[in-house]
Design a binder for this molecule. Structure first.
Ligand code: ZN
Length: 299
């Protein structure tokens, strides 16, 4: 599933490619793609100019001047591509948006069909380029999201997990705590921070949270620079694969030697997800509270 770095890469491709262009038409080839709206709502886009494209968590928000706001979630296999005008639609093309200038078209492809699109009516205050806090951010899908992990301080980051006893891997995947991290980057971040994925959040001390915050920033920024990870279907708006998969330290490397210590990478299940870690670099922390157990010899 595309995560923060992949979605950020797509947004950085779409924003300059779509900004200020007037929409000429929409072709909805798979109606269930639209949530709580119909093709008629999409028709309100015709003639409107795109104000800007931005990311929120793993979602892509396309704002139109005086028109509806589009929110795409790519889920497992969704792709947003800038295609040549009249480019062939294949059987996985679910939506095509055409533009008055006919310079390119926007295609949404999705093999597994889990992706969705919201078409949110314009707010009474209108939509402002790039920073509309109206329609998009108040809809249920976006309002429930935690903050952006690259926009919080270390204290704010640690504060999001305060009072939580669950295992850290599962909590990193919870979009209501911080938004945008998925299975690949949770594992890579935890390796970078040398934290075992099953560690309860309540046992990560102050120093551990600072390390985890730093690792989150380091891994996500590195992955954005490498234009994301292509493990299966992810490509950018031009159809190019990312490069960060070549830098993965643990994800999808079960049995392969750790790049730091040569110990074979282990795969376990945490929060229902395959989780990769190095049992040597990411040791389970011993309890800080010492317990005095006296082993009595059996009689
Ligand atoms: Zn190791």
């Amino acid at each position: 599933m595309p995560e923060l770095p992949e979605v950020e890469t797509i947004v950085r491709g779409l924003d300059p490619g779509l900004r200020e262009r007037a929409i000429a038409g929409t072709e909805l080839l798979f109606p269930p793609l639209l949530r709580r709206a119909s093709a008629r709502d999409l028709a309100a886009l015709v003639g409107k100019r795109i104000a800007g494209v931005r990311r929120r968590g793993k979602m892509i928000v396309i704002e139109c001047r005086g028109g509806p706001t589009l929110v795409f979630h790519l889920k497992m296999t969704g792709q947003l591509l800038l295609a040549e005008p009249g480019a062939p639609r294949d059987k996985h093309t679910r939506l095509v948006i055409t533009f008055a200038d006919a310079a390119s078209e926007l295609h949404f492809r999705d093999i597994r069909k889990f992706g969705f699109l919201l078409c949110l009516a314009q707010t009474p205050h209108g939509t402002r380029a790039g920073h509309d806090a109206g329609a998009a951010d108040t809809c249920a899908e976006l309002a429930s999201l935690g903050p952006e992990p690259l926009a919080v301080t270390s204290d704010e980051f640690a504060g999001r997990f305060a009072g939580k006893k669950a295992r850290i891997k599962g909590l990193l995947l919870d979009q209501t705590i911080v938004a945008g991290i998925g299975n690949i980057y949770a594992d890579e971040i935890l390796f970078d921070a040398r934290i075992q994925p099953e560690t309860p959040a309540s046992s990560i001390g102050r120093e551990g949270w600072v390390r985890l915050w730093k690792s989150t920033r380091r891994i996500l920024n590195k992955a954005i620079r490498a234009k994301g990870s292509t493990v299966r279907d992810y490509v950018d708006t031009s159809g190019r694969a990312g490069r960060f998969q070549f830098s993965h330290r643990v994800y999808d490397r079960e049995g392969e030697p750790c790049r730091a210590c040569r110990t074979p990478i282990k795969r376990i299940r945490v929060a229902g997800r395959s989780t990769y870690f190095c049992p040597s670099c990411q040791r389970k922390r011993r309890r800080v509270v010492s317990t005095h157990i006296t082993m009595l010899p059996k009689r």
